[in-house]
Design a protein around this ligand. Structure first.
Ligand code: TXA
Ligand code: MG
Length: 345
């Protein structure tokens, strides 16, 4: 299969391009498209055979459920069996936007979308191209991130093609995505609601709307990846897999201050080393280390993280050293992704 690349304006995508993509979705095909978080890989969520193609293209384990994307609240009735008052409050504050809500599933949602489980994850993205595609497809779209399973998510069309070229029908290229990290996933069938994956919406922002939520501590403590948790049976959340969002190069995270000593150590044995530094560094340019100076502000860091990892991977470095950003709510999702990227295969 040849993968077509179609450039679209991020704010005002041409109706012809959107119609072409929607025809592919209606015919059961796969379209990669931008959201405000990362690029997604879409199929008609109500077409089990089409969703099955997502699993094949990504090499995704069948026990990983997929997020369903809607463009209008009216579509909720087709995918969720219940809409709790808490969910309505969160919707009013955060949709469209990077918050995914886990809800009781509607019987017509195919089992393959939910990995056979009783819940469905739903979000309403804010990216104009995403909204236009959902509306033109006249169906909710099942869409995981547009990357090979466990590898780095895509924030640009070229990242999508690096992993999925030849395996999907079309990529809608609207340039880099603004957010750069995946949505926050919150299970609102639990009481209190439970954080399943930290993301672009911080826990404190959610708690400001609905009060205390569960599950934040274990991410803050870093226990998931550090403990190497391997869930058994249908996953509560595939983001909980220890190794995820990972480059195909070994990656080590070090606290600021320990980073340079480790690099000094490694560069005797390794020819090509990559370093995601935090803020400007004044290392000797001839030191043989490919240095990417990351922003010291979390939003800007998130927006650039995956592109930086893709760049180091493409440069074929033999090891990536990452200076860990500080602890704290604003860095929670970033530290979570870095920890998972550092788990050995
Ligand atoms: O920002 C995002 O969420 C992106 C864009 C494309 O929307 N999508 C994304 O999908 O990151 P994916 O497949 O890479 O991650 C899916 C996440 C899992 O980590 C899991 O937490 C959650 O969605 N998930 C999906 N269905 C679920 C369910 N029924 N119960 C619990 N978690 C679920
Ligand atoms: Mg993913």
């Amino acid at each position: 299969m040849e993968t077509k690349l179609l450039a679209v304006d991020p704010l005002r995508p041409s109706p012809q391009a959107i119609a072409e993509a929607a025809e592919i979705i209606k015919a059961g095909g796969l379209v990669a498209f931008p959201t405000e978080t990362v690029y997604g890989l879409a199929a008609n969520a109500l077409d089990a055979a089409a969703v099955a193609r997502i699993f094949v293209a990504k090499g995704r384990p069948p026990q990983n459920p997929i997020i369903v994307h809607i463009a209008d609240l009216a579509e909720l009735a087709a995918v969720a069996a219940e809409w709790p008052p808490l969910a309505a409050k969160l919707e009013a504050r955060f949709w469209p936007g990077p918050l995914t809500l886990v809800l009781k599933k509607h019987p017509q949602v195919p089992d393959i979308v939910t990995a056979g489980g009783p819940t469905v994850a739903v979000r309403m993205p804010s990216h104009p191209v995403a909204l236009a595609l959902i509306r033109a497809s006249q169906a909710p779209l099942a869409a995981p991130s547009a990357n090979v399973s466990t590898q780095i998510s895509a924030t640009r069309a070229e990242h999508v093609l690096r992993g999925l070229s030849g395996r999907i029908d079309l990529v809608l290229d609207a340039g880099p995505t603004a957010g750069g990290l995946e949505s926050t996933v919150l299970d609102v069938t639990a009481s209190p609601p439970r954080l399943l994956r930290p993301g672009l919406v911080a826990p404190a922002e959610i708690e400001a709307v609905i009060g205390p939520i569960a599950g934040v501590d274990r991410f803050a403590a870093g226990g998931v990846a550090a403990g190497g948790e391997e869930p058994v049976g249908p996953l509560r959340s595939p983001g909980m897999l220890a190794r995820h969002y990972a480059p195909q190069v070994p990656l080590e995270c070090l606290p600021q201050g320990d980073d340079w000593a480790r690099i000094e150590d490694l560069r005797h044995d390794l020819r090509r080393l990559g370093w995601l530094a935090l803020g400007p560094v004044n290392a000797d340019a001839s030191c043989g280390v490919l240095i990417i100076e990351m922003p010291t502000e979390p939003e800007a860091y998130a927006a650039q993280l995956y592109a930086a990892l893709h760049a180091l991977e493409a440069a074929e470095v033999e090891r990536i050293i990452v200076t860990l950003p500080p602890a704290g709510d604003a860095w929670l999702a970033i530290r979570d992704r870095l920890r998972r990227a550092s788990v050995a295969e």
